[in-house]
Structure formats: C-alpha cells, structure tokens
Design a protein around this ligand. Sequence first.
Ligand code: MRU
Length: 363
Amino acid sequence: MNIEEFFDRIISVKTDEDGNLNIIDQTLLPGEIKRINLNTKEEIWEAIKKLRVRGAPAIGVCAALGIAKTASQVQADNYADFEREFLGLKDYFASSRPTAVNLFWALNRMEDTLKSHKEKDIDEIKEILFKEADNIRNEDIAISRGIGELGFKLLKKLKRNGKEIGIMTHCNAGTLATAKYGTATAPMYMALENGFLGSDMHVYCDETRPLLQGARLTAFELSNACITTTLQCDNMASVLMKSGKIDIIFVGCDRVARNGDAANKIGTSGLAIIAKHYGIPFYVCAPTSTIDMNTATGDDIPIEIRDSDEVTDMWYKERMAPENIDVYNPAFDVTDHSLITGIITEKGICKYPFDKAFEKLGL
Ligand code: MRU
C-alpha cells in the first residue's frame, strides 16, 4: 500500500459517497481498522467524548460536519426556528470536550456562516452549512501541509550524512488527529514527500498514558508509513534525551494562550522541562485555529478531567489498581511559553514574545 492509500484508509473524519458522516473508530486501533457512520447528534457527541474521534483539528472537523448533518434534519419553516434549533445543537456539541479550542472555533465559524445567510431559504442554508463544513475539512489539509513544510525546513538543517535525525513526539498529533497530515507528524510526512527515506528519521513515540495514543495511534501511523519508529514509556523520555538520540521534539496542541502557553496531552510539559535541561529544541505544532487570543495565559485554559477508570483499568479493561483508589486524571497540561522554542503554524514559526508574533500573523 502506498502512503496515499494508507492516508485514505485511516482518514479520521469524512463524508462518504452516500453523504454519511463517517469516522475511523480510534478506540479500536491498532487492532481493528473499523469505520463507522455517525447518524444522530447523540452518536456524534459520544464519539467525541469517548475519543472515537480525537485530536484538536479532527474534533473541529467532526463538529462542523456533525452540525451540518444534524441541522439538515431540522424541520423548520422559518429562519428564527431554524436558528434556535441550530444553536441548541451547537451548545450540545460544545459540551463534549472542553480543552481543544478547535471545537469551539469550528462551531463558531458554522454559526457565523448561518447568520450571514439569514435571508436565504432553509434548504439553501442547509446546503451552505455542508459546504462550509467541507471547507473547514479541506482547509485543514492545506494547513497541515503548511505546518509540515516549515517543520521540514528544520529537519533539513538537522540532516547529516549517514546519521538519522532523532525526533521525539507525544500523544498523537498525526493523520488520525487531523484531516490528513497531522501537525506534529506533518514535517515527517513532508520529508518523505521530499526525498527523505523513512530511515533518515527515527521517531521516538511516547506511549502516552493513560489512553496510549502514542502507542496505539502514532506508532501505528508512522510505522505503516515506513518511518523508523521506536515506542517508549513516558517515563523513559528523559533517558532518551540524555543519551543524545533526540535532536528535536515536535508536539501537537489543543489550545495556545495569547502569551504562548500551550495545552497539550498530559505529559507534554514534563517533556518540555526535560528538553530545556538537555538543550533540545521543543516545537509546538499548531494551526492558527488552535491559538486562542481570548485566553490570556495557560492558567485560563480549561483542562478536561476524565474518568478514573482510564487510570485504574488497562485499555483492555484489566484492573491494575486497588478498588476505590482515589485517582487524579487530568487529560492535558500546559507547557509554559518559556520552554517553547517555537510554535509552528501554517503561516510561520512564532517565537517569544508570542503575543507580538501572533499579532503579526493577523490574529
Ligand atoms: O485527548 P486527545 O487524544 O484528543 O488529545 C490529543 C492531543 O493532545 C493532541 O496532541 C492535540 O489535540 C493536537 S492534534 C493535532
């Protein structure tokens, strides 16, 4: 299977030939590649909440296609009734997960689209909403490529004859988390497109406890793309960095605050602290839709707290901890902007002071 066929097979969210909202169920990976249709608002909400579809940009795309689909089922014969139903759906989808700003960004964009076509008839508005959701999906593909091209320039500078480039990543900010190339993985996919061999790079994937997105998803994706891939437990990252094997770190992001603090999967900030100690460049890969200028600092980013059984029970549901043990299970942490070498967006690489750099991008 060539890489394009592989991308097609694992595309996170799409509308299929029959117009269904179709996702790959990421909770079953890597054991089973199963695609499912999401037909009702409850199914869409549950798929986001339970991480069947996950990763900030993919959640945004799913919510956009989801609201277009469920709004098309609304029976209303005037605009006011239709808007009321639409806003109810928007609030419902927005309640699925709190941290990734792309969810709210995509839903707000859909609302703006609706409100700018008030004068049209309802059937036409329904079509326009589908088109806008599709635009969001297609734009995400272009955005990932933009991030990838800038990240690839950094990789090219690291290429030395005969020595592989050591890249560390955390969680899954890959194809599965976006509409196509990922964010943190996009530099590697662009490298492949531009003549690098899979063996020119060596990607070290943190397993990413508790839900193992690194082991189940990133290691699966990259090894299938024939990129040399090693999986390690999260607590092994520091040894790897000390060993000199890691040249650069790319991570994804769920929300960047105005000052550059970046929320990403739990464990990311620890990596950044260790990377600073060992002098390893630490890059956050983020579409501009992930930068939230309305959030001043990382302290203002809502951090999702998830169910305790994600920590106490193995992925395959074998209990590993005492019954009734108290559990702390934050799904994200915030990396202080002082630890971030640069934030790679599709429009350019932002460096400290981040707020000024974001303003220069027009945010
Ligand atoms: O809880 P998840 O699996 O949705 O967390 C995902 C991440 O933390 C990703 O790194 C982030 O959303 C960026 S995806 C391009």
